[in-house]
Design a protein around this ligand. Sequence first.
Ligand code: NG1
Length: 409
Amino acid sequence: MTRIQSSLEGLVAAFQERFGAPPTHLSRAPGRVNLIGEHTDYNGLPVLPVALQREARLAFRPRTDGMVVLHDVDDEFEPIEFEVAPGIPPGEPGHWSNYVKGPANELARRYAIWQGFDGLLESNIPVAAGLSSSSAIVTAVGLALAEVNEVHVEERSFAELLADSEQFTGTRGGGMDHAISMGGRPSCAAKITFGPLRIRHQQIPADWCFIVADTGRRAEKSGAVQNLYNMRRTECEEAFSFVVEEVVRSNLVQMIPTDYASLMRAMSVKDLLRVAEGVLKSNLLRRFRHVVTEAARVDEAIDRMRAADVMGFGTLMDASHASLRSDFLVSTVELDELVAIAREGGAAGARLTGAGLGGCIVALTDRSTLDLVLEALVEQYYLPRRLAMRLDERLFLAAPSPGASVEAL
Ligand code: NG1
């Protein structure tokens, strides 16, 4: 579900009505669409997302006590109230309060902060659609708490803190979402690498269009999808241990690799797959194969982007989708269908984006084929399913946008 975003004046007026005084600040944090590099971040391997024009916005006002009192403009989300302190008890599993308590807990744990705020939140990022609506909330709340408590942390360290804080929700996610939400730049994709976090921006060729198309099926990472996501992470860790054990036993490396990144620096993908085929059972082999081939595709995709090779980039997106579908097993009938329609409609490439199991695809076209692809998606997917109402919430072009900010009003 998407919520239409009000004007800033509208948000300020709604705040005043609820809290009896105007907000003093506004924090905003964008969602993101990942172009390639899926399920690599929590393995310490690179990703290539862009920050979206869709964002969470939080109008807030410091309180004189340690309470956070947060309302959402949408009444579907009940108001939250809790005290800022380390060891905040989590809400019910899947409750949206955990995305607010997470950053409060992490900041309080690290900085002994004590001051809360009154806040009113709104977001127009589709929820549970693989566009990082949850991390946008975590980021906007984290920035508000840092502001009222005068905590000043450099951008990348803050993004790492936010990623740690989202573990509070029970999803063992990686660091991509907070990094791009903090570090987005207009017209650019960002190659993000981890341990330590680094963001390198890459200008997107002017006539490339990334279409975001939502299946309409939610991928609730606060619900059933969370277990599967966490299970994939565990499988990747297990596959890594078995492969490292073997490469060390066979003397194939000089130093013991401590993570996927050092393993991939020490050996080629081809050699790694040869070892993996010898030691991993079928399911772990497939997860491992996805992770290492996907990481290699990220680097190739950046080269293709630099060369303005739209077909080359698209082919890598197709390969990414195939790997996510057949090896990582996170696609769905609807995601496959949207991908197929986009490709047959003339897209250079298309793939599911985000964790999968519902949510969105991202498709690449040049400007001259854009209308054809959009038309194919509308006529073959949205109209037959009666999903064409408020279509611009389900089908839109990514406009690579600036990262999060906080400002005094
Ligand atoms: P989505 O499902 O798009 O929010 C999740 C993770 C990312 C990353 C992707 C898969 C969280 C907060 N986000 O994103 O870190 O692992 O899946 O590439 O868990």
